[in-house]
Design a protein. Structure first.
Length: 200
């Protein structure tokens, strides 16, 4: 049964990717579309209706298997974190490693989340060079908030980014990059990480 459930998850994942719904923002759109009663939880009937809207024809017993696979904490509903956890594209070990390395660099106080205060420390020297700050359109605070808001979970924005939210966001970015080495290089360039295999 587990193999069938995973195959169904993969089918739905591919359908989302084919429609351009990848990454945390795109999958948030799918989640909201399925959450008909705006309860921030998807029921079995809502999942069934959402799958039908996607043009997929699945028997009820398969939809039940899919629902059970998503409902990780067995609460009788699928919350956004469970939805993201199952649908985000799978990551190779080297991609997970570099995403975690980037998160660790930004989480200055090592409390398990990235905040404005962390970013102020990391980007103190170069945030002033942001084009919108140079033009006077944004303050430094607003530029840092924009960065956080891009990665923060759309379903529970709290001004902080957890490791899981960071992983969710960059798994979406990862899905658009075929080569592991290029993804690693891109992440290292974006977050000023040392070359692979070296230490600070």
């Amino acid at each position: 049964m587990g193999d069938i459930a995973e195959a169904l998850v993969e089918l739905l994942r591919k359908e989302c990717l084919a429609r351009g719904f990848n990454g945390i923002k795109g999958l948030s759109v799918v989640f909201r579309a399925m959450d008909i009663d705006y309860s921030k939880r998807i029921t079995f009937d809502e999942l069934k209706e959402g799958i039908k809207k996607f043009g997929l024809t699945l028997p009820d017993n398969y939809i039940h298997l899919l629902f059970v696979a998503f409902d990780i904490n067995k609460s009788g509903g699928i919350d956004f974190c469970e939805f993201m956890h199952k649908l985000r594209p799978p990551l190779s070990k080297c991609r997970k490693d570099v995403i975690n390395e980037a998160f660790d660099r930004l989480d200055v106080n090592n409390d398990g989340s990235i905040s404005i205060e962390d970013l102020k420390v990391v980007y103190a020297s170069n945030i002033k060079q942001h084009p919108k700050i140079l033009s006077g359109e944004w303050t430094e605070e607003k530029a840092l908030k924009q960065f956080l808001n891009t990665i923060d979970s759309p379903e529970c924005p709290d001004g902080k980014v957890t490791r899981e939210e960071f992983m969710n966001y960059y798994s979406g970015v990862s899905s658009m990059v075929e080569d592991d080495a290029y993804f690693d290089l891109t992440m290292r360039s974006c977050f000023a990480l040392p070359p692979k295999g070296t230490t600070n």
